[in-house]
Design a protein around this ligand. Structure first.
Ligand code: CO
Length: 434
Protein backbone atom coordinates (compact mmCIF):
# COMPACT_ATOMS: atom_id res chain seq x y z
CA UNK A 1 0.00 0.00 0.00
CA UNK A 2 1.46 3.36 -1.00
CA UNK A 3 1.38 6.10 1.63
CA UNK A 4 -2.33 6.81 1.72
CA UNK A 5 -2.37 10.49 0.76
CA UNK A 6 -6.05 9.76 0.39
CA UNK A 7 -7.50 8.78 3.74
CA UNK A 8 -10.23 6.97 1.90
CA UNK A 9 -12.24 5.70 4.83
CA UNK A 10 -11.81 8.28 7.56
CA UNK A 11 -14.90 10.42 6.88
CA UNK A 12 -16.95 7.26 6.65
CA UNK A 13 -15.49 5.99 9.92
CA UNK A 14 -16.59 9.21 11.65
CA UNK A 15 -20.11 8.84 10.23
CA UNK A 16 -20.12 5.23 11.44
CA UNK A 17 -18.92 6.17 14.93
CA UNK A 18 -21.49 8.94 15.34
CA UNK A 19 -24.32 6.58 14.37
CA UNK A 20 -23.04 3.85 16.70
CA UNK A 21 -23.55 5.48 20.09
CA UNK A 22 -23.99 2.23 22.03
CA UNK A 23 -23.61 -1.50 21.28
CA UNK A 24 -27.18 -1.94 19.97
CA UNK A 25 -26.80 0.99 17.58
CA UNK A 26 -23.41 -0.24 16.40
CA UNK A 27 -25.03 -3.52 15.38
CA UNK A 28 -27.84 -1.64 13.64
CA UNK A 29 -25.29 0.46 11.75
CA UNK A 30 -23.41 -2.65 10.59
CA UNK A 31 -26.68 -4.39 9.67
CA UNK A 32 -27.72 -1.46 7.48
CA UNK A 33 -24.37 -1.46 5.66
CA UNK A 34 -24.66 -5.20 5.07
CA UNK A 35 -28.23 -4.94 3.82
CA UNK A 36 -27.22 -2.16 1.43
CA UNK A 37 -24.69 -4.66 0.02
CA UNK A 38 -27.41 -7.33 -0.39
CA UNK A 39 -26.52 -9.49 2.60
CA UNK A 40 -29.47 -11.67 3.55
CA UNK A 41 -30.54 -12.05 7.18
CA UNK A 42 -30.69 -15.59 8.59
CA UNK A 43 -32.92 -16.40 11.55
CA UNK A 44 -31.35 -18.84 14.02
CA UNK A 45 -34.69 -20.49 14.72
CA UNK A 46 -35.40 -21.20 11.03
CA UNK A 47 -33.90 -23.55 8.45
CA UNK A 48 -30.95 -21.99 6.62
CA UNK A 49 -30.37 -22.17 2.86
CA UNK A 50 -26.83 -21.15 1.96
CA UNK A 51 -25.35 -20.96 -1.54
CA UNK A 52 -21.62 -20.80 -2.30
CA UNK A 53 -20.78 -17.14 -2.87
CA UNK A 54 -23.94 -16.05 -1.03
CA UNK A 55 -23.84 -13.23 1.54
CA UNK A 56 -25.58 -13.64 4.89
CA UNK A 57 -25.74 -12.32 8.43
CA UNK A 58 -27.09 -13.32 11.84
CA UNK A 59 -27.92 -11.05 14.77
CA UNK A 60 -27.81 -12.24 18.38
CA UNK A 61 -29.61 -10.32 21.13
CA UNK A 62 -29.63 -7.15 18.96
CA UNK A 63 -26.08 -6.57 20.22
CA UNK A 64 -23.83 -9.04 18.36
CA UNK A 65 -23.60 -9.69 14.61
CA UNK A 66 -22.02 -12.41 12.50
CA UNK A 67 -21.75 -11.89 8.74
CA UNK A 68 -20.22 -14.14 6.11
CA UNK A 69 -19.69 -14.67 2.43
CA UNK A 70 -19.95 -18.41 1.78
CA UNK A 71 -16.80 -19.73 0.14
CA UNK A 72 -16.75 -21.03 -3.41
CA UNK A 73 -14.53 -23.99 -2.39
CA UNK A 74 -15.46 -27.14 -0.48
CA UNK A 75 -16.78 -26.76 3.10
CA UNK A 76 -13.60 -28.35 4.50
CA UNK A 77 -11.50 -25.49 3.11
CA UNK A 78 -12.58 -23.53 6.17
CA UNK A 79 -12.99 -19.95 7.32
CA UNK A 80 -11.16 -16.65 7.45
CA UNK A 81 -12.54 -14.85 10.47
CA UNK A 82 -12.09 -11.34 11.86
CA UNK A 83 -13.58 -10.78 15.31
CA UNK A 84 -14.20 -7.56 17.21
CA UNK A 85 -16.58 -6.30 19.91
CA UNK A 86 -19.55 -3.94 19.92
CA UNK A 87 -19.54 -2.83 23.57
CA UNK A 88 -17.67 -0.02 25.30
CA UNK A 89 -17.30 0.93 28.95
CA UNK A 90 -19.83 3.43 30.27
CA UNK A 91 -22.99 3.77 32.32
CA UNK A 92 -26.22 1.75 32.18
CA UNK A 93 -29.43 3.24 33.55
CA UNK A 94 -30.84 1.27 36.47
CA UNK A 95 -34.55 0.43 36.84
CA UNK A 96 -36.55 2.97 38.91
CA UNK A 97 -33.77 5.39 38.13
CA UNK A 98 -35.31 8.77 39.01
CA UNK A 99 -33.91 10.46 42.11
CA UNK A 100 -35.22 13.88 43.23
CA UNK A 101 -32.13 15.73 44.47
CA UNK A 102 -31.42 19.09 46.16
CA UNK A 103 -31.78 22.23 44.05
CA UNK A 104 -35.00 20.86 42.50
CA UNK A 105 -32.89 18.63 40.29
CA UNK A 106 -33.78 15.22 38.96
CA UNK A 107 -30.92 12.80 38.55
CA UNK A 108 -30.78 9.24 37.23
CA UNK A 109 -29.40 6.22 39.03
CA UNK A 110 -26.82 4.40 36.91
CA UNK A 111 -24.51 1.42 37.13
CA UNK A 112 -21.02 1.34 35.68
CA UNK A 113 -20.52 -1.03 32.72
CA UNK A 114 -16.98 -2.34 32.24
CA UNK A 115 -13.98 -0.18 33.13
CA UNK A 116 -14.46 3.44 32.00
CA UNK A 117 -12.05 6.22 33.04
CA UNK A 118 -14.69 7.77 35.25
CA UNK A 119 -13.59 11.39 35.38
CA UNK A 120 -13.60 11.76 31.59
CA UNK A 121 -17.41 11.56 31.80
CA UNK A 122 -17.81 14.76 33.81
CA UNK A 123 -19.25 17.94 32.28
CA UNK A 124 -20.10 16.38 28.93
CA UNK A 125 -23.28 16.81 26.88
CA UNK A 126 -24.59 13.28 27.42
CA UNK A 127 -27.65 11.53 26.07
CA UNK A 128 -29.37 8.14 26.18
CA UNK A 129 -29.53 5.26 23.68
CA UNK A 130 -30.20 1.54 23.68
CA UNK A 131 -33.00 -1.00 23.54
CA UNK A 132 -36.56 -0.77 24.81
CA UNK A 133 -38.77 -3.81 25.30
CA UNK A 134 -42.46 -3.31 24.48
CA UNK A 135 -45.38 -5.61 25.30
CA UNK A 136 -46.70 -7.88 22.53
CA UNK A 137 -49.39 -10.56 22.43
CA UNK A 138 -46.76 -13.24 23.07
CA UNK A 139 -45.26 -13.07 26.58
CA UNK A 140 -42.14 -14.95 25.47
CA UNK A 141 -41.51 -12.66 22.53
CA UNK A 142 -42.02 -9.01 23.42
CA UNK A 143 -41.20 -6.40 20.77
CA UNK A 144 -37.73 -4.86 20.71
CA UNK A 145 -37.18 -1.23 19.70
CA UNK A 146 -33.95 0.68 19.44
CA UNK A 147 -34.07 4.19 20.79
CA UNK A 148 -31.65 7.09 20.60
CA UNK A 149 -32.23 10.56 21.97
CA UNK A 150 -30.16 12.64 19.56
CA UNK A 151 -30.05 15.84 21.62
CA UNK A 152 -28.01 16.25 24.80
CA UNK A 153 -30.19 15.39 27.80
CA UNK A 154 -27.85 14.92 30.75
CA UNK A 155 -24.66 16.02 32.34
CA UNK A 156 -22.57 14.78 35.27
CA UNK A 157 -21.45 18.06 36.87
CA UNK A 158 -18.09 17.97 38.60
CA UNK A 159 -17.70 19.45 42.07
CA UNK A 160 -16.20 22.96 41.93
CA UNK A 161 -12.52 23.11 42.79
CA UNK A 162 -13.36 25.54 45.61
CA UNK A 163 -14.98 22.65 47.52
CA UNK A 164 -12.05 20.31 46.98
CA UNK A 165 -8.78 22.15 46.56
CA UNK A 166 -6.91 18.83 46.43
CA UNK A 167 -8.83 17.62 43.35
CA UNK A 168 -5.76 17.85 41.09
CA UNK A 169 -3.66 15.80 43.51
CA UNK A 170 -5.66 12.66 42.82
CA UNK A 171 -9.34 12.30 43.52
CA UNK A 172 -10.99 8.95 44.21
CA UNK A 173 -14.53 8.70 42.86
CA UNK A 174 -17.58 6.84 44.13
CA UNK A 175 -19.57 5.27 41.32
CA UNK A 176 -22.77 5.69 43.33
CA UNK A 177 -22.28 9.24 44.66
CA UNK A 178 -20.06 11.14 42.24
CA UNK A 179 -21.15 9.82 38.86
CA UNK A 180 -24.94 10.28 38.72
CA UNK A 181 -26.16 12.38 35.76
CA UNK A 182 -28.68 15.23 36.09
CA UNK A 183 -31.55 15.20 33.60
CA UNK A 184 -33.91 18.05 34.60
CA UNK A 185 -35.04 20.76 36.98
CA UNK A 186 -38.36 19.83 38.54
CA UNK A 187 -40.72 21.71 40.82
CA UNK A 188 -41.68 18.94 43.18
CA UNK A 189 -40.81 15.34 43.90
CA UNK A 190 -44.08 14.07 42.37
CA UNK A 191 -42.87 15.17 38.95
CA UNK A 192 -40.11 12.60 39.03
CA UNK A 193 -42.67 9.80 38.74
CA UNK A 194 -41.95 7.87 35.50
CA UNK A 195 -40.02 10.83 34.14
CA UNK A 196 -37.71 8.72 31.97
CA UNK A 197 -40.48 6.31 31.01
CA UNK A 198 -42.60 9.21 29.77
CA UNK A 199 -39.72 10.43 27.64
CA UNK A 200 -39.16 6.99 26.17
CA UNK A 201 -42.89 6.57 25.44
CA UNK A 202 -42.90 9.95 23.66
CA UNK A 203 -39.81 9.07 21.65
CA UNK A 204 -41.22 5.71 20.56
CA UNK A 205 -44.81 6.86 20.13
CA UNK A 206 -45.77 3.96 22.42
CA UNK A 207 -48.13 3.66 25.36
CA UNK A 208 -46.19 3.98 28.62
CA UNK A 209 -48.01 0.98 30.08
CA UNK A 210 -46.64 -1.19 27.27
CA UNK A 211 -42.98 -0.40 27.96
CA UNK A 212 -41.90 -3.36 30.05
CA UNK A 213 -38.14 -2.90 30.34
CA UNK A 214 -35.04 -1.40 28.73
CA UNK A 215 -31.28 -1.69 28.22
CA UNK A 216 -30.30 1.97 28.06
CA UNK A 217 -26.88 3.56 28.36
CA UNK A 218 -25.40 7.02 28.44
CA UNK A 219 -23.36 8.28 25.53
CA UNK A 220 -21.38 11.43 24.78
CA UNK A 221 -23.15 13.43 22.04
CA UNK A 222 -19.91 15.13 20.91
CA UNK A 223 -19.24 13.87 17.37
CA UNK A 224 -16.00 12.26 16.18
CA UNK A 225 -13.48 14.64 14.65
CA UNK A 226 -9.95 14.84 13.29
CA UNK A 227 -7.22 16.43 15.40
CA UNK A 228 -3.61 17.38 14.64
CA UNK A 229 -1.81 19.87 12.40
CA UNK A 230 -2.00 17.36 9.54
CA UNK A 231 -5.18 15.50 10.54
CA UNK A 232 -2.98 12.78 12.04
CA UNK A 233 -5.49 11.77 14.66
CA UNK A 234 -9.12 10.81 15.00
CA UNK A 235 -10.77 11.38 18.35
CA UNK A 236 -14.10 9.77 19.20
CA UNK A 237 -15.87 7.76 21.82
CA UNK A 238 -15.82 3.95 21.45
CA UNK A 239 -12.91 3.64 18.96
CA UNK A 240 -12.17 0.53 21.08
CA UNK A 241 -13.50 -1.53 19.46
CA UNK A 242 -15.82 -0.03 16.88
CA UNK A 243 -12.91 1.17 14.73
CA UNK A 244 -11.88 -2.49 14.42
CA UNK A 245 -15.49 -3.60 13.81
CA UNK A 246 -15.73 -0.97 11.07
CA UNK A 247 -12.47 -2.16 9.48
CA UNK A 248 -13.59 -5.81 9.54
CA UNK A 249 -16.96 -4.91 8.02
CA UNK A 250 -15.37 -2.74 5.35
CA UNK A 251 -12.90 -5.46 4.35
CA UNK A 252 -15.72 -8.00 4.14
CA UNK A 253 -17.61 -5.63 1.81
CA UNK A 254 -14.60 -4.59 -0.31
CA UNK A 255 -12.64 -7.83 -0.71
CA UNK A 256 -13.10 -10.13 -3.67
CA UNK A 257 -14.22 -13.73 -4.13
CA UNK A 258 -12.71 -16.35 -1.86
CA UNK A 259 -12.66 -20.15 -1.80
CA UNK A 260 -12.84 -20.06 1.99
CA UNK A 261 -15.83 -18.60 3.83
CA UNK A 262 -15.07 -15.04 4.98
CA UNK A 263 -16.57 -14.22 8.36
CA UNK A 264 -16.85 -11.21 10.64
CA UNK A 265 -17.91 -11.83 14.24
CA UNK A 266 -18.75 -8.76 16.32
CA UNK A 267 -19.45 -9.94 19.86
CA UNK A 268 -20.97 -8.07 22.78
CA UNK A 269 -19.80 -7.92 26.40
CA UNK A 270 -16.04 -8.14 25.85
CA UNK A 271 -15.60 -5.38 28.41
CA UNK A 272 -17.18 -7.51 31.13
CA UNK A 273 -15.42 -10.79 30.30
CA UNK A 274 -17.49 -12.09 27.35
CA UNK A 275 -19.60 -14.39 29.55
CA UNK A 276 -23.01 -13.97 27.89
CA UNK A 277 -24.86 -15.78 25.09
CA UNK A 278 -23.85 -12.92 22.75
CA UNK A 279 -20.29 -12.85 24.11
CA UNK A 280 -17.19 -14.66 22.88
CA UNK A 281 -17.23 -17.22 25.72
CA UNK A 282 -20.49 -18.70 24.40
CA UNK A 283 -20.47 -21.46 21.74
CA UNK A 284 -22.21 -19.08 19.32
CA UNK A 285 -19.42 -18.86 16.75
CA UNK A 286 -18.84 -22.62 16.88
CA UNK A 287 -22.55 -23.23 16.25
CA UNK A 288 -22.55 -20.80 13.37
CA UNK A 289 -19.44 -22.11 11.61
CA UNK A 290 -20.62 -25.70 12.07
CA UNK A 291 -24.00 -24.78 10.64
CA UNK A 292 -22.48 -23.01 7.62
CA UNK A 293 -20.37 -26.10 6.96
CA UNK A 294 -23.41 -28.38 7.23
CA UNK A 295 -25.58 -26.17 5.03
CA UNK A 296 -22.86 -26.19 2.36
CA UNK A 297 -23.05 -30.00 2.36
CA UNK A 298 -20.21 -30.75 4.79
CA UNK A 299 -20.27 -33.54 7.36
CA UNK A 300 -18.87 -33.59 10.89
CA UNK A 301 -15.41 -34.54 9.67
CA UNK A 302 -15.50 -31.72 7.13
CA UNK A 303 -16.14 -29.31 10.00
CA UNK A 304 -13.12 -30.63 11.91
CA UNK A 305 -11.04 -30.16 8.75
CA UNK A 306 -12.51 -26.70 8.23
CA UNK A 307 -11.50 -25.62 11.75
CA UNK A 308 -7.99 -26.98 11.17
CA UNK A 309 -7.77 -25.02 7.89
CA UNK A 310 -9.12 -21.76 9.35
CA UNK A 311 -7.46 -18.63 10.67
CA UNK A 312 -8.82 -15.88 12.89
CA UNK A 313 -7.76 -12.29 13.36
CA UNK A 314 -8.95 -11.14 16.78
CA UNK A 315 -9.07 -7.38 16.26
CA UNK A 316 -9.06 -5.18 19.35
CA UNK A 317 -7.18 -1.94 19.84
CA UNK A 318 -3.71 -1.79 21.37
CA UNK A 319 -1.96 0.83 23.53
CA UNK A 320 0.23 3.23 21.58
CA UNK A 321 3.26 4.63 23.37
CA UNK A 322 2.11 7.72 25.27
CA UNK A 323 4.25 10.85 24.85
CA UNK A 324 3.85 11.70 28.56
CA UNK A 325 4.26 8.17 29.94
CA UNK A 326 6.80 6.28 27.81
CA UNK A 327 7.95 4.38 30.92
CA UNK A 328 4.67 2.42 30.91
CA UNK A 329 5.67 0.55 27.76
CA UNK A 330 8.02 -2.34 27.13
CA UNK A 331 11.58 -1.11 26.41
CA UNK A 332 11.85 -2.79 23.01
CA UNK A 333 8.23 -3.20 21.82
CA UNK A 334 6.29 0.04 22.05
CA UNK A 335 3.92 0.57 19.15
CA UNK A 336 3.33 4.13 18.04
CA UNK A 337 0.30 5.80 16.52
CA UNK A 338 0.73 5.79 12.75
CA UNK A 339 3.11 2.81 12.74
CA UNK A 340 0.62 0.29 11.37
CA UNK A 341 -1.38 -2.61 12.86
CA UNK A 342 -0.05 -3.94 16.17
CA UNK A 343 0.49 -7.67 16.80
CA UNK A 344 -0.25 -8.34 20.49
CA UNK A 345 1.82 -10.94 22.33
CA UNK A 346 1.65 -12.25 25.91
CA UNK A 347 3.80 -15.03 27.37
CA UNK A 348 0.94 -16.06 29.68
CA UNK A 349 -1.41 -16.51 26.74
CA UNK A 350 -3.82 -13.65 27.42
CA UNK A 351 -3.55 -13.19 23.68
CA UNK A 352 -4.01 -16.02 21.17
CA UNK A 353 -0.92 -14.89 19.23
CA UNK A 354 2.01 -17.29 18.96
CA UNK A 355 5.04 -17.19 16.67
CA UNK A 356 3.16 -19.13 13.99
CA UNK A 357 0.14 -16.83 13.91
CA UNK A 358 2.21 -13.65 14.31
CA UNK A 359 4.23 -14.76 11.30
CA UNK A 360 1.07 -15.26 9.26
CA UNK A 361 -0.20 -11.77 10.07
CA UNK A 362 3.21 -10.21 9.44
CA UNK A 363 3.36 -11.70 5.95
CA UNK A 364 -0.21 -10.53 5.26
CA UNK A 365 0.91 -7.00 6.17
CA UNK A 366 4.01 -7.33 3.99
CA UNK A 367 1.88 -8.45 1.05
CA UNK A 368 -0.47 -5.49 1.62
CA UNK A 369 2.56 -3.14 1.79
CA UNK A 370 1.45 -2.13 5.29
CA UNK A 371 3.87 -1.59 8.20
CA UNK A 372 3.28 -3.63 11.35
CA UNK A 373 4.53 -3.46 14.93
CA UNK A 374 4.45 -5.48 18.13
CA UNK A 375 2.97 -4.92 21.57
CA UNK A 376 4.20 -6.80 24.61
CA UNK A 377 3.45 -5.67 28.17
CA UNK A 378 6.12 -3.97 30.24
CA UNK A 379 6.95 -6.91 32.51
CA UNK A 380 5.88 -5.03 35.67
CA UNK A 381 2.49 -4.02 34.18
CA UNK A 382 -0.43 -6.47 34.16
CA UNK A 383 -2.04 -5.27 30.90
CA UNK A 384 -5.42 -6.25 29.47
CA UNK A 385 -6.93 -9.16 27.63
CA UNK A 386 -9.41 -9.55 24.79
CA UNK A 387 -11.67 -12.12 23.19
CA UNK A 388 -9.17 -14.12 21.11
CA UNK A 389 -8.05 -16.56 23.77
CA UNK A 390 -11.61 -16.79 25.15
CA UNK A 391 -12.82 -17.90 21.72
CA UNK A 392 -10.13 -20.54 21.43
CA UNK A 393 -11.55 -22.29 24.48
CA UNK A 394 -14.67 -22.84 22.33
CA UNK A 395 -13.02 -23.48 18.95
CA UNK A 396 -9.34 -24.44 18.68
CA UNK A 397 -8.56 -21.93 15.93
CA UNK A 398 -5.20 -20.67 14.79
CA UNK A 399 -5.17 -16.94 15.10
CA UNK A 400 -3.59 -13.67 16.06
CA UNK A 401 -4.54 -10.86 18.43
CA UNK A 402 -3.95 -7.45 16.88
CA UNK A 403 -5.36 -3.95 16.75
CA UNK A 404 -4.58 -0.36 15.85
CA UNK A 405 -2.83 1.66 18.55
CA UNK A 406 -4.82 4.09 20.73
CA UNK A 407 -4.28 6.62 23.44
CA UNK A 408 -6.60 6.87 26.45
CA UNK A 409 -8.25 3.49 26.08
CA UNK A 410 -11.62 3.52 27.92
CA UNK A 411 -11.76 7.31 28.14
CA UNK A 412 -15.07 8.79 26.98
CA UNK A 413 -13.01 9.86 23.92
CA UNK A 414 -10.07 7.90 22.61
CA UNK A 415 -7.45 8.99 20.09
CA UNK A 416 -6.09 6.92 17.20
CA UNK A 417 -4.15 7.50 13.98
CA UNK A 418 -6.00 8.19 10.74
CA UNK A 419 -3.23 6.49 8.77
CA UNK A 420 -3.38 3.34 10.92
CA UNK A 421 -7.04 3.09 10.08
CA UNK A 422 -6.28 2.81 6.36
CA UNK A 423 -3.43 0.39 7.05
CA UNK A 424 -5.74 -1.85 9.07
CA UNK A 425 -8.36 -1.99 6.33
CA UNK A 426 -5.66 -2.73 3.73
CA UNK A 427 -4.32 -5.59 5.88
CA UNK A 428 -7.82 -7.01 6.42
CA UNK A 429 -8.54 -6.81 2.69
CA UNK A 430 -5.36 -8.77 2.07
CA UNK A 431 -6.37 -11.36 4.69
CA UNK A 432 -9.71 -11.88 2.93
CA UNK A 433 -8.03 -11.94 -0.46
CA UNK A 434 -7.88 -15.72 -0.66
CO1 CO B 1 -11.49 -3.58 23.28
Amino acid sequence: MSKPEALLHIDDLMTFMDASSVNFLAIQTIRRRLEAADFERLDQSEQWHIEPGGKYYVIKNDSAIFAFVAGSGTPAEGFRIISAHSDSPGFRIKPNSEIAAPGKTLKLNTEVYGGPILYTWFDRPLSIAGRVIVRSNDPLHPDHHLVKFERPLLTIPHLAIHFNRAVNEGNSLSRQKDMLPVIALINDAAEREDYLLNMIADQLGADKADIIDFDLSLYDTTPACLVGANDEFITSGRLDDLSMAYSAMTALLESGDCRMTKVIAVFDNEETGSGTKQGAASPELDYMLRRICTCLGGREEDYMRAVANSFMVSADNAHGIHPNYPEKQDPTNHPRLGGGPVIKINANCKYMTDADSAAVFRVICEQADVPYQYFVNHSDVAGGSTLGNILTSQIPLRGVDMGAALWAMHSVRETASTLDHEYTIAAFNEFYNC
